[in-house]
Design a protein around this ligand. Structure first.
Ligand code: ADP
Length: 318
């Protein structure tokens, strides 16, 4: 392969820049031409390409967000639009593509591969909701951001003897919530893995109030319930003064942790090596510390599952 493109797509995640840099550097060190594609598949379709040299990815490994920007572009599901994108790639001699994003982006990468352009997917999302990888790029940074927020909430929650409910991101995936809950010593964690049972939640919080705890922290994944309504119900039923907080997009920004930078860098190297071997339709995962390639078709047919014992362990810690 003589020329590769790299793009970021879907929701942004800290560490995406480290992955872009790794793809660029690995290419240049191998004498492969490399282009950054701005604005995800939208930019691919519009030919928004910038040729990278050694300086293009200077001073970005430590920055959150993505220098290539991201965009949603549902039109990419249309095969005609994808054909036009491939024409744009041909104009500059771009033969293959590294796509950094979530499962939606993986779908686009798979479709392009089926049309003759080798693509490799890297898991870029804070949610950790991609199967066949222990961690996604951005998860560790977002987790640390949440834990810092919970530490701050704990101070005020304890001073005022309140119950504090914090809603965190994750889409349908509870990994951010359960890991943050353990790290910050939460009383209760509610995710799609635990299920949502208001009576049980209230019972649990009544028990902790009765056992002389002066405050309680509850961590809950987004899209489960309206946390302000839940706070009202908890307050009425338990006597705990209760406040709900939604952390929101704060979780998506910030300097990537060392862990995310290393993961992104190693995955970027792997992506280029796979393209060099003439492979496509694959995505990269880290499993038991090993950087490994999987078929996108298979990964998309799997479901991400939380680490088996983590919820049981959390219960033993409260
Ligand atoms: P994420 O990659 O974070 O899951 P999205 O689901 O929004 O985010 O997908 C990102 C982009 O990938 C979409 O805006 C679209 O351009 C492209 N995409 C998603 N699904 C498909 C598909 N089935 N076929 C082709 N392209 C797709």
């Amino acid at each position: 392969v003589k020329c590769i493109g790299v793009l970021t797509s879907g929701g942004d995640a800290p560490g995406m820049n480290a992955a872009i840099r790794a793809v660029a550097r690995t290419c240049l060190n191998k004498g492969i031409e490399v282009y950054g594609v701005r604005l995800g598949y939208k930019g691919l379709h519009e030919g928004k390409f910038m040729k990278f040299d050694r300086h293009s990815t200077r001073n970005i490994i430590n920055n959150g967000g993505t220098i290539l920007k991201s965009a949603r572009f549902p039109e990419f599901k249309d095969p005609e639009i994808r054909k036009e994108a491939i024409e744009q790639m041909k104009k500059v001699g771009m033969e293959a593509l590294v796509v950094i994003g979530g499962d939606g982006s993986y779908n686009g990468a798979l479709k392009l591969t089926e049309m003759g352009v080798n693509c490799i997917g890297l898991p870029g999302t804070i949610d950790n909701d991609i199967p066949d990888t222990d961690f996604t790029i951005g998860f560790d940074t977002a987790l640390n951001t949440i834990v810092e927020a919970l530490d701050r909430l704990r101070d005020t929650s304890s001073s005022h003897q309140r119950c504090t409910i914090l809603e965190v991101m994750g889409r349908r995936c509870g990994d951010l919530a359960i890991n943050a809950g353990i790290a910050a010593g939460a009383e209760l964690v509610i995710t799609s893995d635990t299920g949502y049972d208001e009576d049980k939640i209230i019972e649990r919080l009544k028990q902790s109030k009765a056992s002389d705890k002066d405050h309680a922290i509850v961590v809950i994944t987004e899209h489960i319930t309206d946390v302000n309504e839940l706070a009202k119900k908890v307050e009425a039923a338990t006597g705990f003064e209760t406040r709900a907080n939604v952390l929101g997009h704060l979780q998506r920004g910030g300097r990537p942790t060392a862990r995310d930078r290393v993961l992104a860098s190693r995955m970027g190297v792997k992506a280029v090596e796979l393209l060099e071997e003439g492979k496509g339709g694959l995505c990269v995962g880290e499993v038991h510390g090993q950087i490994t390639a999987f078929s996108i078709t298979e990964v998309l047919s799997h479901k991400h599952v939380a680490d088996a014992g983590i919820y049981e362990d959390a219960k033993k810690l409260r």
